[in-house]
Ligand binder design. Structure first.
Ligand code: GSH
Length: 322
């Protein structure tokens, strides 16, 4: 083996594209093994190489990594594109998850049924103009720096750049009112345009944009995540007992339940929700949004996230051991 990461996926963008961009931005050369037939995918599954029978899968550092977010976090950690401390990391996670929400809507365009097409594209345009791009523009405007976090390139800048390309393909005029998002770090562009093999795939996406995708709200799953944390407070929770046994102190928290649409509107109007969504957790002087970002921050802060980047993957049960 060459020592280069080997990427297993279709010859299309989908869930591998961000991984390609991140490796490209880190200056890492990689090989691709494109899966061209259903039989090839079956073979990978039957050979036990895919923990959840899904791709993307990346062979790297002696591991067979699956779950795209876990792969991205590993690469970002390894190549120092993930902030200098856990607060920066929380911001990077928040921004990355915001990008991911919109990106997910866009990549679903390839599989939507024709009768849903117009409604889905309208939804994407609305969310782009009124929710996601204003949020990122505001971050850059408020701190006046070139990069989203810590005045240094991070995975958040790279994914935002990738997202901007996708938005441009849907409708370039959507970018018009966001001057700070036009050039998210010239060196990001340079690195990517010279080393990322994705440009040919843009053509496919352009074709696909004629077909829209179902917008899948994730609100219910996010709310569940917060409830799981809440359960740890219950006196008979085995998790709490486990925590007590290991004599770790458990962080107390307060809850402010949103009981009516007006409560939610007020939070939005007060500018407290970066992407106009809950859950939002006020903690350590931050207003954290994006449930995955919140979970990662808490897990890091309370030492529930492994001792190094390899363990972090294992704790997340996101990989198959070699
Ligand atoms: N959460 C997974 C989702 C992966 C996923 O949905 N992969 C699709 C291709 S994009 C797949 O492998 N489908 C084949 C199957 O489920 O049999 C990730 O982010 O990696």
């Amino acid at each position: 083996m060459s020592g280069k990461p080997v990427l297993h996926y279709f010859d299309g963008r989908g869930r591998m594209e961000s991984i390609r961009w991140l490796l490209a931005a880190a200056g890492v050369e990689f090989e691709e093994k494109f899966i061209k037939t259903a039989e090839e995918l079956e073979k990978l599954k039957n050979d036990g190489l895919l923990m959840f029978q899904q791709i993307p899968m990346v062979e790297m550092d002696g591991m067979k990594l699956v779950q795209s977010r876990a792969i991205l976090n590993y690469i970002a950690t390894k190549y120092n594109l993930y902030g200098k401390d856990m607060k920066e990391r929380a911001l990077i996670d928040m921004y990355t998850e915001g990008v991911a929400d919109l990106y997910e809507m866009i990549i679903q365009l390839v599989i939507v049924s024709p009768d849903e097409k117009d409604a889905k594209i309208a939804m994407i345009k609305d969310r782009t103009k009124n929710r996601y791009l204003p949020a990122f523009e505001k971050v850059l405007k408020n701190h006046g720096q070139d990069y989203l976090v810590g005045n240094k390139l991070s995975k958040a800048d790279i994914f935002l750049t990738e997202l901007l390309y996708c938005i441009e393909e849907v409708d370039a005029s959507l970018l018009a009112n966001f001057p700070l998002l036009q050039f998210p770090g010239a060196d990001v562009m340079d690195t990517l345009s010279s080393s990322c093999p994705s440009s040919a795939r843009r053509e496919e996406m352009l074709k696909a944009v004629g077909v829209a995708a179902p917008y899948r709200t994730q609100a219910s799953s996010r709310a569940r995540v917060v409830k799981i944390l809440k359960q740890l407070q219950y006196p008979h929770s085995t998790s709490l007992e486990a925590l007590n046994r290991s004599s770790q102190s458990f962080a107390q928290f307060e809850e402010k339940f949103i009981k009516c649409p007006e409560d939610l509107e007020k939070l939005k109007n007060d500018g407290l929700l970066m992407f106009q969504q809950v859950p939002m957790v006020e903690m350590d002087g931050m207003k954290l949004v994006q449930s995955r970002a919140i979970l990662n921050y808490i897990a890091t802060k309370y030492n529930l996230y492994g001792k190094d980047m390899k363990e972090r993957l294992l704790y997340s049960t996101f990989l198959v051991l070699p």
